[in-house]
Structure formats: C-alpha cells, structure tokens
Design a protein around this ligand. Structure first.
Ligand code: F0G
Length: 450
C-alpha cells in the first residue's frame, strides 16, 4: 500500500524559534525599510521565503563531516574529498572551489569574456547577467516561447530556444560567443527544468560552431528529478545517473553549493580545459584563496561533499518536488495566478495578473511582496521590473522554499496568507522608486507608496 501523504523524510533534532509580529508593527518596519524586503532585519520575519540559497538545514551526516574538516592551507584532504565527489557526479577534469556561485561566475567570465562578446543562456540569473555586463559583454536570454508565459503548460519550460540560438550565432558570428550557458533549473524563468533532449540539441549547435557549453548547475538535482518524472525513457534511472548524463554533454559548469549542495556557503567552477583551468586558478589565488580551499573553510568543503550526494537522494527529491507542488497547486486551485507548472525550489506568483491595476513601471511584484509581509510576516522576492529593468519579461514574486527547513503546517499557513491577500487584491497600489544603485539595484532600492 502506498500512502498519498508525502512526509518530510527527516525528523528534528534541534529547533530554532521564529517570532510573531503584528500587522501594525510590520507596516511600520516595512516603511522604515523603504518597502524593500531585503532591507528588513530577519528577526522580524515569520516565514522567510526570500531565497532557497544557503538557507537549508544541514543533516547529521553533514555536521559530523564538518568535524573532519582538514584546514590545511594547501592540499587539504577535505578538498580531495570534494574533488572526488564532484568528479563522480559532474565528471569534469578540473574542480575549482569558490566561496559561492557568483565568485565562480566572475572567474569564469573574466577568463572567457571580452568587451563586445555575447553570452547566450536559457535565462541568466541576476548575478550571472551582472558579471557578464560588468565585463562589457552582452547577456542574451533565449528561453522557449512557453517559458515566458506564466500560464502556458510545458513539461520543460526551462528549455532554450534552439532555433533562436542558431539565429544568434548566425547574426553575431561565433567568434563573438565565448561560451553558451544553460541554467538548470531556470531560476528566473520560474524554477522550470531543462530536458535532456534540449541539452543535446543545444550541445549539437555548440559542436557545429565550436562553442563550449557550460551549465549554471545550482539546482541540478531538482532538474534531474524532473527529467526522471517527465522525460520519456528516464523513469527507471536514478537522479544521479541522469545528472551524470546531463553533465557529460557540457564542457564545464559554475555551481552555487548553497542550493543543491545543501550547504550554507560555497560553490565551485569546473572545466575540462587545462589552459582555462590554469588561468582560473591564477585569478582565484588573487581574490578567493588557494585552489584547494577557494575562500572556504575545510569544514565547508566537507559539508558540500555530503550535501551533493544527499541532494540526489530520491526520497529527498520526491518530498522536495511534491511539497513545492502542494503549495503551488493549493493556491492555483483558488484562482491565484502562478507560474505553471510549479517549479522545483519555489512558487512564483504572477504579479501582473494578480494586481492588473498596477502598471509595470509601478512595480507590481514589489507591491505584492510588501503586502504578503504586512499580512502574514512572509518574505518573498520580486523577480521582475525591479530586478531586471527593461529586460523583465514577467513580474513575478518568488516564494522560495529553503531545503529541509519548513514543515507542511508552515506551508499551510503561507497558503492561507496568500489566499487572504488574493481576496483583497483590488486594494493593492503601486510603488514609486526613490533610490537605486547603478547595478543589482534590487538589493538596496527604496520606495514610497504611490
Ligand atoms: N545562478 C543561479 C541560477 C542562481 O539562482 C544563483 C543564486 C546564482 C547563480 C549565484 O549563486 O548566490 O551562490 O552567488 N541565486 C540565489 C537566489 C541568490 O536567491 O536565487 P550565489
């Protein structure tokens, strides 16, 4: 007998209290924070769905491994363990640790990109785009058409538009494209997966044009599980086998271990190219540290080694994907506009459809995120006009689920709050931007109500 209730496949050994505040107090705090939830002290947040990055709970195995951390400056055994784990799953020749994903990105792009270059991706994440643009290169998003329509249903909405990639190569010339990237899962596009069929097709365009293919691998395990569930021929394969097959189609990757590394900090950069690896290590030494620790403690490397394996565990992935879908489906059933189907790490509310009375230039996503905080102490994150400016194809509010942190009753509470805000949606008003930084403005922007 298989029971339908999906339980959390872990039990609690240590607990952290969370604190309740009143709507009146939250209203005041929000005003002080310039209506930007990044600027709120975390102690005033009840359920923090700002990000799934670095916010997960570590397992007993991870904590135990941390005690075994070798803090040697050079040649650490903890690095050797990480190198072997990454080699097994990712299969790339060189593994370069970094303190988090964006450090790996900066090193990769500094070595590979020149001003005037063009980097295609299914959809760049904000730090990826910013790192490319900071070098004077252009970041081009090439999602499939379905990927930019919240309500359209497609099993692999994270796929890259292969015809658009071919057209881009023909238009700008392959000499101007230093690499092609695929983000798995596609975070900015709704946490949607990329199929192996699509990866193979992108790989084939890369091969025809002599272009290297790199993965932004942050949520590779969730992507692998979606392939197992949805792609014909993969139902009997393990998530690890699928991940291995996926990575063999590329030449390297950047990885934020704060996501599917199940660690609170860390990342790495991989490549099969000896010459690039040498240049990357030289840059790493300049700012991150020696190539056997990359700005991390030996114990962090241990936590990542265990975390990468745990993230591929099928019981964990089944719970992870089903519990995110549980949240998304419960609010969608009541009419709340969300990105369909539910993604792996988050549910994305479609703010343009949620509050159509707010014009795009008045930041519907920021206004909706602010209202969720006032109503229920929930912190989400705008992914739209504030984050991407004119590049924003959608205005979404991402409610990201930290890994192994919240229980079903926490999620039931979030569902109740979202439905309450939905019932009062006509009262929502736009916001006026009164301060912005020159790049990555969403972290520090300030607003006043319209
Ligand atoms: N690539 C993707 C697809 C990401 O989602 C992130 C981070 C990064 C790269 C950068 O990694 O944070 O370790 O430097 N995403 C977090 C988020 C911040 O909330 O989605 P990092």
């Amino acid at each position: 007998m298989e029971f339908k209730t999906i339980i959390e496949p872990f039990k609690m050994k240590m607990v952290e209290p969370i604190f309740c505040t009143t709507p009146a107090k939250r209203k005041r705090l929000l005003k002080e924070a310039g209506y930007n939830l990044f600027l709120l002290p975390a102690e005033h947040i009840l359920i923090d769905l700002l990000t799934d990055s670095g916010t997960g709970a570590m397992s007993t195995e991870q904590w135990a491994a941390m005690l075994m951390g070798d803090e040697s400056y050079a040649g650490s055994t903890s690095f050797e363990r990480l190198r072997r784990t990454v080699e097994e799953i990712f299969s790339y020749k060189h593994v370069i640790p970094a303190h988090q994903g964006r450090a790996a990105e900066r090193i990769l792009f500094t070595v590979m990109c020149k001003p005037g270059n063009v980097v295609p991706n299914n959809t760049h994440f904000d730090t990826t785009r910013a790192n490319i643009e900071a070098l004077g290169a252009e970041a081009v998003d090439l999602p499939i058409r379905e990927g930019t329509h919240p309500s359209s249903r497609h099993p692999f909405k994270g796929n890259m538009d292969v015809a658009a990639l071919e057209q881009l190569v023909a238009r700008v010339g392959r000499e101007r494209i230093p690499l092609v990237m695929l983000t798995v899962t596609n975070n900015s596009g709704g946490g949607q997966p990329v199929s192996l069929e699509n990866i193979r097709a992108v790989r084939s365009v890369c091969e025809q044009n002599g272009l290297p293919l790199y993965f932004d691998a942050c949520r590779f395990a969730e992507n692998a599980y979606f392939i197992k569930l949805r792609e014909p021929g993969y139902g009997d394969k393990t998530p690890k086998e699928i991940a291995q097959e996926m990575f063999r189609l590329g030449n390297g990757c950047t990885m934020s271990a704060k996501k599917d590394g199940l660690a609170n900090i860390g990342g790495f950069l991989c490549t099969n190219d000896d010459q690039l690896a040498q240049q990357e290590k030289n840059l790493l030494i300049l700012t991150e540290g020696y190539p056997t620790y990359g700005g991390l403690a030996g114990r962090d490397l241990e936590a990542i080694s265990v975390g990468l394996q745990e993230a591929l565990d099928e019981d964990y992935l089944r719970y992870r994907i089903k519990s995110t879908a549980y949240f998304g489906n419960h609010i969608a059933e009541q009419g709340v506009p969300v990105v369909h189907p539910p993604g792996g790490h988050a549910i994305y509310l479609d703010a343009r459809a949620f509050c159509p009375q707010i014009r795009q230039e008045d930041f519907p996503g920021v206004a909706l995120a602010a209202e969720l905080y006032v109503a229920g102490g929930i912190r989400g994150c705008e992914i739209g006009t504030l984050m991407f400016g004119k590049h924003a194809k959608m205005d979404l509010v991402r409610l990201a689920i930290p890994r192994r942190v919240y229980t079903q009753s926490h999620i039931d509470y979030v569902i109740e709050v979202v439905l309450y805000v939905w019932s009062r949606r006509k009262r929502l008003r736009g916001l006026k931007l009164v301060f912005e930084a020159p790049f990555l403005r969403h972290f520090t922007a300030r607003f006043v109500p319209q």
